[in-house]
Ligand binder design. Sequence first.
Ligand code: MN
Length: 236
Amino acid sequence: MNLSSLLRTSIILIAAQSAAALSAEPFSLPDLPYAYDALEPQIDEMTMIIHHQRHHGAQVRGLNAAVAQFPELATLSLEQILRSVSRFNDFVRNNAGGHFNHTLFWQILAPAGTGGQPSAELLAAINRDFGSFQNFQSQLTKAANSQFGSGWAWLILLPDGNLAVTSTPNQDNPLMDIVQPNGVPILGIDVWEHAYYLSYQNRRGAYVSKWWDIINWHEVSRLFQQLTPQPADAAR
Ligand code: MN
């Protein structure tokens, strides 16, 4: 390669990188951390394909499309958008919420038998705030089953450091400035019918009950740890 072709190649590479940095599509659909059929039988492969590619995919496209109307979306993180979502419109609210919610949902699931158990620290916080793991499980199950219509049920960390179970309609979530109580979700269950209808039809309760078998407690514990200063950290 002579000098001029080397220069030309470099210029093309720099131009391509700049174009990517200035892309009008700042949001992208994350890959699943496992195969589409990895959560069977609790969640079937076809449901996962449609849910990830079509439902979540449409929300990522929607959020990218909204950048034309709200250019500042491209300069904010997804979490910053949600924390100030009242400044935008319902289209941004639904698509930014959906993008965050589904990204978290894929992340906190794992094939049955591989997700481990809550960390000692998370389990201690659950026992402190709910009395027992069983009480926590029944509260979250109840929140998921009783959310009327489409929505989500959550385990969130409140600003005071306590855990709480909540639910939100549609694609809202507890990070949004318009949602009370406000907090950071570390676990969430999608109770839209698209999440379970092919295998469970109207039996949401059966889906919620099987969902407990495919939680990635390693990941939920990591999210909790990340948000919670530990005594050991403070002592350093
Ligand atoms: Mn969904």
